[in-house]
Design a protein around this ligand. Structure first.
Ligand code: G4P
Length: 530
């Protein structure tokens, strides 16, 4: 038991959230470098080369050189076992990106110092906020001209509604970037550019009390600005409070440059101390302790056709408690079936390895015989655990699907329903009709292509997609709302999901607010229950 506790307590499982190009990949590479997982930074980046070469996943992935799937990177550092969940961004941004956040215990938010809070960060942040997980902010690209530091913090507080607590403070930026001031240690750490991948920079650490040395290192003017800012900051910023951080109410903020490898290790060290061990999770109103309970896990993602020759499906599970051992019997709670988890794998960025054991906090990929659905629980046969389902997230792009050959109606319905079950797309119907009018909703537009491709290749059905102008979907939460009586805006459309639950579509956000104003007691949500 003690070994299990030790293993679980050294796990730190987190996701990195950012807007494309803020530096998520670069930061991940540098983390891996410290963990000794790769010798040279740059190995992660080769999305178009490395991943492309080894993965025989979907053709689209190959053609585009992008990853349609998310995976996990595991490495050891400073006595910790770190799991970084890859949250797909760019064009492959999808509901999976959101779902991955359900498997993380905390999130690192990377912000480009010259751009501030950007749309994709805002969306991902909302999902983290819903779960109340700790969020750590890394303001990147300080080697380039950046926005005013106080304004950046203000923007995070106002736009995202979270208090900020700078753990370090930048001294200049761009060409005059001199380093950071560590508020906790009260030291100045001077900037050095170690882009080439060495771990040891030529950084010097100077106590702030040694004013002459600080001045010599950063210059008279910079020193004065720094001292003024420190004074201002001590009076104005939120106090460091670990409980608030763990509750997701306060975000510690760090500054650095992932590219030149400055401030990354400092960040990693603080982050590992502040973030949590694998979190307990709710099962039927009871918290399941990661250490005290035997093996349990939930499925957060299903990836179909990872190997086209075998048409296989892989279910990705987050282990919530206990230890997984090779060939152990487990119960799939939703079906009641007891089964042997055969050959679980750890899916790394571009390779798979078979696991003999894994612990609470880890992610494993298991061949799915078509049994698992997203949100399902797996536990030891005698345990009575059923984790709360994963919500469905609001798609932002909609299209009407037309089938070209109407004779293939059956395959079409089967295919589109199966793909929807895997969670790549959501399907809806016109409010007053049946399956003859299908509306597809996706989080990222690439999923439209994935849908078309898969229907053609796996189900032999050609479709035509007609884009619809809607961008906002809302689930109706209030129980006493009568759909027919809702007074909406002219752009509002009533639809229903496959379980006949009513939903509303809008072209713009303004209409959502207007509809709420016009209908007393109406409550809408951006998250649907699974
Ligand atoms: P992402 O995963 O969040 O999309 O961002 P990624 O790390 O791919 O970084 C996006 C671009 O920003 C890359 O440049 C990268 O080199 C650059 N970058 C990342 N961190 C820093 C930083 O701290 N300082 C500066 N100056 N640049 C940074 P690129 O030109 O698009 O790609 P590449 O040709 O350099 O690979």
């Amino acid at each position: 038991m003690s070994n299990i506790a030790e293993e679980i307590n050294k796990r730190r499982t987190f996701a990195i959230i950012s807007h494309p190009d803020a530096g998520k990949t670069t930061l991940t590479e540098k983390f891996l470098l410290y963990g000794g997982a790769i010798n040279l930074a740059g190995s992660v980046k080769g999305k178009a080369t490395a991943r492309h070469a080894v993965s025989d996943w979907m053709e689209i992935e190959k053609e585009r050189g992008i990853s349609v799937t998310s995976s996990v990177l595991q490495f050891n550092y400073g006595g910790y076992c770190i799991n970084i969940l890859d949250t797909p961004g760019h064009q492959d941004f999808s509901e999976d990106t959101y779902r991955t956040l359900m498997a993380a215990d905390s999130a690192v938010m990377v912000i480009d110092g010259a751009k501030g809070v950007e749309p994709q960060t805002r969306k991902l942040f909302k999902v983290c906020g819903m779960r109340g997980i700790p969020i750590f902010t890394f303001i990147n690209k300080m080697d380039r001209d950046a926005n005013d530091t106080f304004e950046l913090l203000d923007e995070i507080e106002k736009e995202l509604g979270i208090a900020t607590c700078p753990v370090n403070w930048p001294i200049g930026c761009g060409k005059s970037f001199k380093g950071v001031y560590d508020r906790h240690e009260q030291t100045v750490i001077t900037y050095s550019d170690t882009e080439k991948g060495t771990k040891e920079g030529e950084t010097t650490v100077i106590p702030i009390s040694d004013e002459a040395a600080v001045e010599a290192a950063v210059g008279t003017e910079r020193k004065q600005v720094l001292f003024d800012e420190i004074e201002l900051l001590d009076g104005a910023s939120a106090e460091y409070d670990l409980d608030e951080i763990r509750r997701g109410k306060l975000t510690p903020v760090f500054f650095g440059s992932a590219l030149t490898n400055f401030g990354v290790e400092i960040f990693l060290q603080y982050f590992l101390k502040m973030t949590t061990t694998p979190l307990a999770r709710m099962s039927q109103n009871e918290l399941i302790d990661p250490v005290k309970n035997d093996f349990s896990a939930f499925v957060f993602k299903i990836q179909a056709n990872m190997n086209k020759a075998h048409r296989d499906r892989i279910a990705f599970m987050r282990i919530c408690s206990g230890k997984y051992e090779a060939d152990m019997d487990v119960k799939h709670v939703q079906s009641g079936e007891v089964m042997r988890l055969s050959r679980p794998q750890q899916i790394m960025a571009d390779e798979r390895k078979i696991l003999d054991e894994a612990y609470g906090g880890d992610i494993i990929g298991v061949f799915d015989p078509g049994l698992f659905s997203i949100g399902d629980t797996i536990c030891t046969p005698k345990a009575d655990i059923r984790y709360e389902g994963i919500p469905t997230f609001a798609p932002e792009h909609f299209a009407r699907v037309r089938q070209i050959d109407t004779m293939k109606r059956k395959q079409f319905v089967k295919g589109i329903t199966q793909i929807a079950q895997e969670g790549a797309i959501q399907i809806f119907q016109e409010y007053n009709t049946g399956m003859e009018e299908i509306i597809v909703g996706v989080v990222g537009v690439l999923q439209f292509e994935v849908l078309k491709y898969r229907l053609e290749n796996e189900y032999n059905v050609d479709i035509k997609l007609e884009p619809l102008p809607y961008e906002h979907i809302r689930w109706i939460v209030s129980s006493d709302t009568e759909l027919d009586k809702i007074v909406g805006t002219s752009d509002m459309k009533k639809i229903k999901d496959l379980k006949d639950r009513p939903l509303l579509l809008f072209i713009n956000e303004w209409s959502v607010g207007m509809t709420l104003d016009r209908n007393k007691g109406l409550e809408l949500s951006e998250f649907g229950t699974a």
